[in-house]
Design a protein around this ligand. Structure first.
Ligand code: SF4
Length: 240
């Protein structure tokens, strides 16, 4: 029992060290920009409505496009009440920079109507109520909790899912499974920072294709490096 506890303690300490190393690499990268959601949190002072809409717009879209679309949208529509009354054609033009803008236009107007009709124009701050909203899945709900309410949660997008598996923190097939595993193994004090750090790390170093392992200080801890990248490097070295 004591041994189990000691192992768990060591794992927790390792996660803290790992996050510190990621934070250092991100801050020293050539492109240390904030993610679209962190930027939105800062510029809109964490307004949960804007975080919610920004997160819906960010789905399968690059950060630059999300930022552009949210700036255009919120200049014109400032509240759930205003967006609930908006004409689809106008919203569609404003958010055109993001992918799937037709579908997202309908989604953000609909979610605004539900907020006005059922939640007195306010974004709810608990998971179940958030999940009852249209266009809101677990990732979006967790983003609203973290970036809109500063409540500890772990939003798992494609970067968090990929990096957690590469590092060997989890061994999972879906973002939902990754969230469930991370929630068990990562101490709560790190939850608020994890998404932002992993997303920035995924954009700058641990990219989906062609991760920059040569520049990464996590090679010694990384399962993907050990099992996939390193054997290839050795094979190439032997072939020379
Ligand atoms: S060693 Fe490579 S795969 Fe592993 S975390 Fe670093 S960049 Fe990603």
């Amino acid at each position: 029992m004591a041994r189990k506890g000691a192992l768990a303690d060591r794992k927790r300490a390792d996660i803290g060290l790992l996050l510190r190393k990621i934070a250092k690499m991100v801050s020293e990268s050539k492109d240390p920009r904030a993610t679209a959601l962190a930027e939105l949190k800062d510029t809109e002072e964490g307004d949960p409505f804007r975080i919610l809409i920004g997160t819906i717009l960010s789905q399968r879209t690059r950060d630059e496009q999300t930022t552009l679309a949210t700036e255009r949208l919120f200049k014109r529509f400032k509240s759930p009440e205003e967006l609930a009354r908006a004409k689809e054609a106008e919203v569609r033009e404003l958010i055109r920079p993001v992918g799937f803008y037709n579908m997202k236009t309908k989604g953000i107007i609909k979610v605004s109507k539900v907020l006005v009709g059922q939640f007195e124009g306010k974004v709810p701050s608990d998971m179940d109520a958030l999940l009852s909203l249209p266009s809101v899945g677990r990732k979006t709900a967790n983003c609203v909790l973290v970036y809109g309410f500063e409540k500890p949660a772990i939003p798992v997008d494609t970067h968090v899912h990929r990096i957690s598996n590469r590092l060997g923190l989890v061994e999972t097939k879906t973002p939902e499974q990754t969230e469930a595993e991370l929630v068990k193994s990562v101490p709560k004090r790190y939850w608020l920072r994890l998404n932002d750090l992993f997303v920035r790390f995924g954009q700058t170093t641990c990219k989906p294709i062609g991760p920059k392992c040569g520049e990464c200080s996590l090679r010694a801890q990384c399962r993907y490096y050990r099992e996939v990248v390193r054997p290839k490097e050795l094979m190439l070295a032997r072939a020379r």
